[in-house]
Ligand binder design. Structure first.
Ligand SMILES: [Zn+2]
Length: 304
């Protein structure tokens, strides 16, 4: 962490320009204080530290293999989208990793750099690959849209007010790390940084597009969120954040489905996936039954 903090500080000293970029797909303008490369580096280090404390399911199980397969399909689709739109630079530091962690927590997250964790607690709700794609598409969308960077920038601006960003990070490495972790919905040590409603709705939209590009039917998101809305509890996890309300979220998803489906047609993974059932990783090879060739009629000469 000290090394990271030093890097952050070193970078920020020469980083007087606040970067104003646009979120892919939605085109929303956003303000970020931290460079993407730094966020990816922090993601990599904190991901490794998290997995050291919370070891991934090993050896791989059927479920973890499914998580990896769905994650790879979505990541390939995302990379293709970024390449096609001259945005590859934005994910240049990404080294995708997908791990399942044994926990009752109904949660999943993705740190910048493409570092994904899915908790076993959410798997009974995702049920199938398309359900998993809803969750992973949503979490990957938070990373691609740099929501963590925005949140971290806002929080640092508040906490470091008065003493300055560099001094804050230098003197409070633990607080800096806590802000990073909670910016991605990891742990509940602070619980001060719920994703905003705007971020949630945006991640839903991008998530639908990403799952569609990977060949999963985005309609699956509706039934998934309906199922999630049945879950109550006084402390909802990130994935089912209280805002937006379930009704609003589902209504927006339904309204956005026609747009998301356009991407489904435009993008199919290079694996040859053409499935639009949204239910299986391996596309059903639609074995078009060879036409039952109508036997040539034995033309019995018509007597006149
Ligand atoms: Zn979210």
């Amino acid at each position: 962490m000290n090394k990271i903090t030093r890097n952050v500080v070193a970078c920020l000293i020469g980083f007087a320009i606040i970067s104003c970029t646009k979120v892919p797909i939605t085109g929303r303008k956003q303000l970020k204080l931290l460079p993407d490369s730094m966020m990816a580096e922090m993601g990599q280090t904190n991901y490794a530290a998290f997995l050291k404390e919370n070891p991934a399911v090993s050896p791989p199980t059927r479920q973890s293999a499914e998580v990896t397969a769905v994650g790879l399909r979505i990541s390939k689709a995302v990379e293709k989208y970024m390449k096609d739109n001259n945005l590859s630079q934005k994910i240049a530091g990404y080294k995708w990793e997908f791990n399942v962690v044994d926990s009752k927590e109904v949660n999943a997250w993705c740190m910048p750099g493409g570092k994904v964790v899915v908790y076993t607690g959410i798997l009974p709700l995702t049920k199938d690959d398309a359900g998993l794609a809803v969750v992973m598409g949503h979490e990957i969308a938070h990373a691609i849209a740099d929501h963590g960077n925005e949140r971290m920038s806002q929080e640092l601006a508040v906490q470091a007010a008065g003493i300055g960003l560099q001094v804050f990070m230098q003197t409070k490495p633990q607080a800096t790390q806590d802000i990073f972790m909670s910016s991605f919905g990891v742990g509940s040590q602070l619980g001060i940084l719920a994703y905003s409603r705007q971020h949630e709705l945006e991640a839903d939209k991008l998530g639908l597009v990403f799952m569609a590009m990977a060949g999963y039917n985005p309609e699956r998101a509706v039934s998934f969120w309906q199922e999630m809305s049945k879950m109550g509890g006084n402390k909802p996890p990130e994935i089912m954040s209280t805002h937006p309300s379930d009704e609003r979220r589902i209504a927006q998803i339904q309204a956005f489905l026609p747009e998301a489906k356009k991407y489904f047609i435009a993008y199919t993974p290079e694996t040859g996936t053409k499935s639009n059932t949204g239910t299986t990783t391996q596309p059903k090879t639609t074995t078009t039954p060879s036409k039952t060739t109508t036997p040539a009629k034995t033309t019995t000469p018509v007597k006149k």
